[in-house]
Design a binder for this molecule. Structure first.
Ligand SMILES: Nc1nc2c(ncn2[C@@H]2O[C@H](COP(=O)(O)OP(=O)(O)OP(=O)(O)O)[C@@H](O)[C@H]2O)c(=O)[nH]1
Ligand SMILES: [Mg+2]
Ligand SMILES: [Zn+2]
Length: 357
């Protein structure tokens, strides 16, 4: 039986069937609504519980993705009225991740079980098309539908806004673009209408884009702290420093995330094809099927750049990300080989020891 609370958290019959068929009915089921330094708050139909992972889960965890993240459905055992232990993470529908900062070949989980990603972009003072490309790669790598929300439209004139929107449409002709002022609330009702009951929406974008401001406006109270650049003590400091999930009454589920500065991409094969679709479509007309679009004759992509049909910076970003993806795969392979060598060493030391006995 689906409880009303779990239902409004996005619980569905698919999860219920999994629980039944895997004999997990003795556990309390909840969703991770907040995570900070491997401490979790899990919301269940009985209330919120401060939770830690079980020893077993910790010992078997190999990667960051083996730990719970905001958005996860988990099986817990209650310790008392306030705390619980997480024993199992239920299979994820989707996982948003990026390359872990400074740790090549490793990934960092941003949120899980997300249906739609709102890619928030300040269109006035901090408009950055190449960053937008990166956020979209992250969405496509996770197979999550992106919707672009351009914020702070109150701070610019209409013609400048229209030019920026045209620029985005030239790159991405089939992604929905919404406009918003968190101040005057122009565009707010259109965003509210997109949000559907039981669906999970993750807000991603650079620091200061207005993610927490929009969440506060949707919830109707100040659930998240928001700050202007002026109010921040250090330059580039993020206002939101943790990920948190909110239920919008009778509507969807919202996940706020800290602004991301570094957006390293991971290995997904199809994410570049989806993000740079415009380039891939043009490339069909290159003379050579293995054309790298660098200096080959009769290259349709180079031709499109020269004709102004494709922005050079879009193309440059594409080539750069292709390189990064190669690098990620090499680093990942390097890490795997290292791990394998370690295992071989451990096994041979073990064998030597047991022979001595
Ligand atoms: N004029 C104007 N200001 C906005 C708008 N949206 C947000 N702001 C302001 O921009 C600043 C940053 O907004 P936040 O909502 O904190 O941004 P954030 O994306 O959550 O930033 P991080 O938590 O650092 O990732 C605040 O001072 C907001 O009041 C908008 O549409 N128009
Ligand atoms: Mg914020
Ligand atoms: Zn070509």
């Amino acid at each position: 039986m689906l409880s009303i609370i779990l239902n409004s958290l996005g619980f569905n019959t698919h999860l219920e069937n999994y629980i039944q068929s895997h004999n997990l009915a003795d556990f309390e089921i909840g969703r991770v609504v907040r995570e900070s330094k491997k401490k979790y708050i899990v919301k269940t139909q009985l209330g919120n519980y401060q939770s830690q992972i079980s020893g077993n889960l910790r010992h078997t965890a190999k990667n960051r993705s083996d730990y719970p993240a905001v958005g996860d459905w988990v099986c817990i055992k209650l310790k008392d009225d306030l705390s619980a232990i997480i024993h199992k993470i239920l299979p994820r529908k989707t996982i948003i991740e990026r390359q872990a900062i400074g740790r090549f070949g490793k990934k960092q989980t941003i949120a899980t079980n997300v249906d739609v990603a709102f890619v928030m972009q300040d269109v006035s003072n901090d408009f950055n098309m190449n960053r937008l490309d990166r956020f979209l790669v992250i969405c496509f790598a996770s197979k999550i539908e992106p919707i672009i929300i351009l914020t702070k439209i109150d701070l610019m004139d209409k013609s400048e806004l229209a030019t920026n929107i045209d620029q985005i449409k030239k790159r991405f002709n089939d992604i929905q673009i919404l406009q918003l002022s968190n101040k005057s609330l122009v565009g707010f009702s259109a965003i509210k209408n997109v949000i559907k009951f039981g669906q999970t929406y993750c807000f991603i974008g650079a620091s200061g884009a207005g993610k927490s401001s929009l969440i506060n406006n949707l919830i109707g109270e100040k659930v998240m702290l928001t700050k202007s650049l002026r109010e921040k003590s250090g330059k580039g400091q993020h206002t939101t420093s943790h990920r948190e999930l909110f239920i919008l009454p009778n509507s969807g589920i919202l996940i706020d995330t800290p602004g991301m500065r570094e957006l390293g991409i991971t290995e997904s094969d199809t994410s570049l094809e989806s993000t740079f679709k415009v380039i891939y479509e043009i490339a069909i007309n290159c003379k050579f099927s293995d054309c790298k679009h660098i200096n080959e004759p009769y290259c349709a992509v180079i031709n499109a750049i020269e004709n102004g049909n494709v922005d050079r910076s879009f193309y440059d970003n594409f080539q750069k990300m292709k390189q990064e993806q190669k690098q990620f795969n090499l680093s990942k392979k390097g890490l795997k080989d290292k791990e394998m060598m370690k295992n071989i060493k451990v096994t041979s030391t073990y064998k030597k020891k047991s022979r001595k006995k």
